[in-house]
Design a protein around this ligand. Sequence first.
Ligand SMILES: [Zn+2]
Ligand SMILES: [Zn+2]
Length: 574
Amino acid sequence: MDFADGQTFNKLAATVGMMPGVTHSLPLEIVALGGLGEFGMNLMVYRYGGDCLVVDAGMMFPGAEHLGVDVVVPNMEFLDEAGTIHAVLLTHGHEDHIGALPFLLARRDVPVYGSPYTLGLVRGRLAQHDLETTPRLLALPQHGTPLTLGPFTVTTLPVSHSIPQSAMLVIETPVGRIVHTADFKLDPYPLSGPGTDLSRLARLGEEGVLLLLSDSTNADLPGITAGERTVGPALDRAIAGVRGRVLVTTFSSNIHRLQQVIDAGIAHGRRVAIVGSSMEFHTDVACSLGLLRIPAGVLVGADAAMNLPAERALFLVTGSQGEPTSALARIAIDKHRDVVISEGDLVLHSARAIPGNDKTIGRMINHLLRRGVTVVTSKDAPIHVSGHPRGDELALLIHLLRPKFLLPIHGEYRQLAAHAAIGRSCGLAADRVLLADSGDLLALTEDDFTRAERVPVGQVFIDGALDRVDFTTLRDRRQIAGDGIVIAVVAVDRESSSVSRLTEITSRGFVHDASEEEILEEARDVVALSLAETSREERADEGLLKAKIQAGLRRFLRKRTQKRPLIIPVIVEL
Ligand SMILES: [Zn+2]
Ligand SMILES: [Zn+2]
């Protein structure tokens, strides 16, 4: 079926759908506003006619090129016109699944469903925002208990992941059953909680699954991901016999990991201090829900821990990604208020580096090593395992569920492609496996799964003040950071529209040697020349005049210095 004109088709189909006795004539539309072809910003929309369901609303951590940007969220324009949004379902509490929620709720006031732990984290995040409406945060029903939302009926099943209370979604739609895994791993020996419900998955497979959307994060890695339980003994071995203080950093939301670190600390007679606001926040939420168990008398404040003999103290600290303001990054340069490290101390990096953060983590480790601290990362000892499934687990899931169609999600193109290859090797026909990008609107019927049209998607940059940073600002910041700034001041006589004052040219961060003065002198001549070439009309129009000066200077400076500084012409009218 050709959906070239999607709108017309939808209207037509909607009419047909209303006719009695005619069912399944409408395709289910599926579109990711983020998370396909990129890591992070996971946001999936399911739409049937005018009824929508949103799964997750995540952010992406900015890269080094996003100067002054703290958060990247998906462009959510599509949701404005998407019809009735019955709910946002949150699969778990990781930032790449909940971080964009405040921005979504600012656009559309819709109910949000999640597990108690997920909602606890969401509340903390929403508290930083000034929303006009009070968010409606609702607990997901027990696993297996149906929740009806418009034409959709959703049940959840528990999965193992690197954060407690993660859920896989089973969505019954008018065209058939969809299984949306979100993030998961199979981990047959989960530390606590029910783990991934394999028998339920097998039953679903027997009953029939139309479409499987599954986690591709580690699809390009062979084998299976080790269980969380394997980390405990490794932590234990690393800590055993250490005479100095022990500092451990990991993702604050990885409560199972925190539990194992605390247990290892207790086993070696250490008391534990929680350091860093994110670590305090996550442990508070987890303790209040009984997800983290710390015996009385174990926790101490950071300053009290510093007063203990070194071999009696363990610090759980933020900073697994080397973030400059995090506890460990500050400790590493002797700039932390409470915690001071010294020779003989041990730092355990029990996390992975989010792609792009390797350099900042590396710098932090350099500082630590320079101070005589021993640093152990997951490269040195098995003190970290991933929360995502590897290739063999993905294949097992496909065999259990036996879906008619497969859509790999969560990953860059290479992970999605690797996942698609796994699907084909499990016996799915090539045309049953779809490789899609964020913004591809896909149409699913009982027999077909195709790309229908494109919707607007992209990244929206947010700075620390929660304001939107537009692309031009970002480009300017990048230009200034790289090649500096050149300012040309031109005085124009309003009456005669003639240039009446010699141009002032100054620069910052542009060239730092003796040639600077010479270049700026030449630049002044270039501006004089472009001014001489302007017509009276151009001189009278500030915009045109600026453009002309900019173009002339840009050409000259690029040729003369191979640099592209930000050029700001300032017109002063006399
Ligand atoms: Zn996750
Ligand atoms: Zn994720």
